[in-house]
Ligand binder design. Structure first.
Ligand code: PEP
Ligand code: MG
Length: 582
C-alpha cells in the first residue's frame, strides 16, 4: 500500500481500478489472465519483445548513419535492457506464477526498476530510469497494438490517474465511467480542479510524481476531501474508506434537505447563492441544488469541449438552454476567457517559450484582438437575452480603456442587429470581473461605469501574490486568506457600496465554507459558487447573524499573516457549524 498526498479539490471518496492516462494514453486493459492462457500470453509477450528489439535495432542503425555512433549508443543501451535476461525472467515469472497479463507484468517490473533508479538521486541513474520508461512504452505499444484505448472508449468505471489533464480533457470526461481522478500537477484553483467540482468527481491534484508507482488495474482510493491517493490499499484501509464514502453520502443527503430553505442569516438578511457553471447542461443541476441564478457561466468551455469552432447558433442555443433552467432569475454570461491554459485547438496561440501565457494575450485581450470571434459571441448573447434576465460580464478587465473598448464593440453589435432586423434585447446590464489587482485598486473609477462587479478571487490571488494558480510547487503560497487579498476585497466592496452597484464573489474562495462568514461580514450579499457547495454554504449562512459575521471580518482584518487569518476563520466555522466536514 502506498499513500500519496496532494491538494484536495473536489470532495468525496472514489474507490476503483486505476486507469493510467499517460502522454500516450495507454490503458492496460486487464490485470489477470486465466491459467490456461498463460502459455499463449507468454508467447504474446515474446513476440512483442522481438518486435521491440527489431524496432530498436532499426533506430540504432538510422541514428548511427544520420547522426553518428555516439547517438546510436542511446539505442544500444535500450537494446541491452530489452535483452536483459533478468528482466525477461521476472516478467515471465509474473505472467506464469501470478497470472498477470503481459501488459501489467511489463509495466510492473520496468516501473519498479525505474523507481529504484530514480530514488538513487543520481543523474546517470535517472537517465536509466527514462530508458526503462521508454522500453515500457515500446513494449506496451506492441502488446496493445490496436487495443490501445483512449478515454472516450471506456466501458467500465475506473479511477483516472494522469500527469496532467487539460481543461478540455477534463471537460470531456464521461461521468458514467470516471469515478474520480488524481493528477501529478495542478493547483487548488486550476481550471481542471474547478471542473472536477463541476462534474462532482472526487479529485486530488498536485500529488507530485506517483505514476511510476502505478501500472493500471490496481485498486485506488481517491479521497477528494483531503487530497489523498492510496495505491493498493490493505483491507483495513479499504474498509475505513468505504465507511467514509458512506458518511460523505449521508452528509450530502442531510444537506439536500436544506434545498428548499431560504439562504438567509438568523437575523433575516438574505444572502443570494448563485451557481458557477461551465456547461449549459449544468444549469438544471444548479437549479436543483437551490441556486438562485447563474453568477458565472464560463462560456469558453463550449470552445474547449469541441473540435470545431462553435457557431453563433451553437452559442445562442447554449445560452437559451441555461435560460430555460433559470427563466426569471439572473444569468450572468461571461464572455470568452480563452487563452493561457484554456486553449482550444481551433484557435491555438503558440506563446513563445519566454512568454508567460497568464500575462499575455488571454481573456478580454484575446476577444479584443479577434473581433469576429467577440462579435459572434455578443450577437448570440443579445439574441438569447430576449428569453430571461441575462447579463453580460467581461473577464480580466485591467484598464478603463479596455472596458470602454469592449462596451463599444457591444454597441456596434447592437447596431448591426438592429439594422438586420434580428430579434434581440437592447438593455442588458454589463458588468466586469475584478480579478486583476489594478482593477481592484481602481474599483471606484470602474464602479462609475459598470453595472456590476464580480470578484474573481482565483486570478486575483494569482496576480496579487505572484503565484501561478496551477503550480503545485508554490501551492502553499497561494492563500485566499492573505491580508492583501482581504484588503483588495474590502476596497471593491466599499466602492460598489458607494456607487450602489451589485457586487458578488465568484472565485473558489466563496465556495469554501470557511470564508463565507468573512465575506458576509465584509458586506457581500451575493455569492456565486460551485453548485454542489450550495447546501453546505446555506447551512453556514443559516447559522450566522450579520453582527457575528461583521465581528469575524473585523477581527480577521486585523491579522497580518495568511496562516493566522485562515486558522482563525477555520476555528470560527467550527463554532458556527460543528458538523462541517472540513
Ligand atoms: C476567477 O479568476 O476567480 C474566476 C472566477 O475565473 P476563472 O476561474 O474562470 O479564471
Ligand atoms: Mg479568472
Amino acid at each position: 500500500m502506498l499513500i500519496k498526498r496532494g491538494i484536495a479539490v473536489s470532495p468525496g471518496v472514489a474507490i476503483g481500478p486505476a486507469l493510467v492516462f499517460g502522454a500516450d494514453s495507454f490503458r492496460i486493459p486487464q490485470r489477470f489472465v486465466s491459467i490456461d492462457a498463460v502459455d499463449s500470453e507468454i508467447a504474446r509477450f515474446q513476440m512483442a519483445l522481438n518486435a521491440t528489439c527489431e524496432e530498436i535495432e532499426v533506430n540504432e542503425r538510422l541514428a548511427s548513419e544520420r547522426l553518428g555512433a555516439q547517438y546510436a549508443a542511446i539505442f544500444t543501451a535500450h537494446l541491452m535492457l530489452a535483452r536483459d535476461d533478468r528482466l525477461i525472467q521476472e516478467i515471465q515469472g509474473l505472467i506464469r506464477q501470478k497470472s498477470f497479463s503481459p501488459e501489467f507484468a511489463v509495466s510492473r517490473v520496468l516501473r519498479q526498476y525505474a523507481r529504484r533508479f530514480q530514488n538513487l538521486g543520481d543523474k546517470y541513474f535517472s537517465d536509466r530510469a527514462i530508458d526503462l520508461f521508454d522500453l515500457e512504452k515500446r513494449l506496451l505499444k506492441h502488446l496493445l497494438g490496436e487495443r490501445r484505448e483512449e478515454l472516450s472508449h471506456l466501458t467500465m468505471p475506473v479511477v483516472l490517474l494522469a500527469h496532467n489533464l487539460t481543461p478540455s480533457e477534463t471537460a470531456g470526461l464521461d461521468k458514467r465511467f470516471i469515478m474520480g481522478f488524481a493528477t501529478e500537477v495542478g493547483g487548488h484553483t486550476s481550471h481542471t480542479a474547478i471542473l472536477a467540482g463541476a462534474l462532482e468527481l472526487p479529485a486530488a491534484v498536485g500529488i507530485g510524481k506517483f505514476l511510476a508507482d502505478v501500472s493500471g488495474g490496481e485498486t485506488i482510493i481517491i479521497d477528494g476531501s483531503h487530497g489523498t491517493v492510496i495505491i493498493d490499499p490493505d483491507d483495513e484501509t479499504l474498509a475505513k474508506y468505504r465507511a467514509s464514502e458512506e458518511r460523505f453520502r449521508s452528509f450530502s443527503r442531510r444537506l439536500e434537505s436544506l434545498r428548499q430553505l431560504p439562504s438567509e442569516t438568523q437575523d433575516g438578511v438574505s444572502i443570494s447563492l448563485c451557481g458557477n457553471i461551465e456547461f449549459p447542461g449544468e444549469a438544471e443541476a444548479a437549479a436543483q441544488r437551490g441556486a438562485e441564478g447563474i453568477g458565472l457561466y464560463r462560456t469558453e468551455f463550449l470552445y474547449l469541449e469541441s473540435q470545431k469552432e462553435p457557431t453563433e447558433e451553437d452559442q445562442y442555443q447554449a445560452y437559451r438552454e441555461v435560460l430555460r433552467a433559470f427563466p426569471t432569475q439572473p444569468v450572468i454570461i461571461r464572455t470568452l476567457d480563452l487563452g493561457a491554459d484554456k486553449m482550444p485547438g481551433q484557435l491555438r496561440i503558440d506563446y513563445p517559450a519566454e512568454v508567460n501565457p497568464a500575462l499575455s494575450v488571454r481573456s478580454i485581450r484575446l476577444s479584443l484582438q479577434h473581433l469576429e470571434l467577440f462579435k459572434t459571441q455578443l450577437r448570440a448573447i443579445l439574441r438569447a437575452a430576449v428569453y430571461g434576465d441575462l447579463r453580460i460580464m467581461f473577464p480580466l478587465v485591467t484598464t478603463l480603456l479596455e472596458f470602454r473598448q469592449a462596451r463599444m464593440i457591444l454597441g456596434d453589435v447592437i447596431e448591426d442587429l438592429e439594422e438586420q432586423g434580428v430579434e434581440f434585447r437592447r438593455e442588458v446590464p454589463v458588468g466586469m470581473m475584478v480579478e486583476v489587482p489594478a482593477a481592484a485598486i481602481l474599483a471606484e473609477e470602474f464602479a462609475r461605469e459598470v453595472d456590476f462587479f464580480s470578484i474573481g478571487t482565483n486570478d486575483l490571488i494569482q496576480y496579487t501574490l505572484a503565484v501561478d494558480r496551477g503550480d503545485p510547487a508554490v501551492a502553499t503560497l497561494y492563500r485566499a486568506g492573505d491580508p492583501s487579498i482581504l484588503r483588495l476585497l474590502r476596497m471593491v466592496v466599499n466602492a460598489a457600496r458607494k456607487h450602489q452597484i451589485p457586487v458578488s464573489v465568484c472565485g473558489q474562495m466563496s465556495s469554501d465554507p470557511m470564508f463565507v462568514p468573512l465575506l458576509v461580514g465584509m458586506g457581500l450579499r451575493q455569492l456565486s459558487v460551485t453548485p454542489h457547495a450550495i447546501p453546505e454554504l446555506k447551512e453556514v449562512i443559516r447559522n450566522l447573524t450579520i453582527a457575528k459575521a461583521e465581528r469575524i471580518a473585523n477581527r480577521a482584518e486585523t491579522l497580518d499573516i495568511a496562516r493566522d487569518v485562515e486558522n482563525f476563520l477555520r476555528g470560527e466555522l467550527k463554532k458556527i457549524c460543528p458538523d462541517s466536514v472540513q
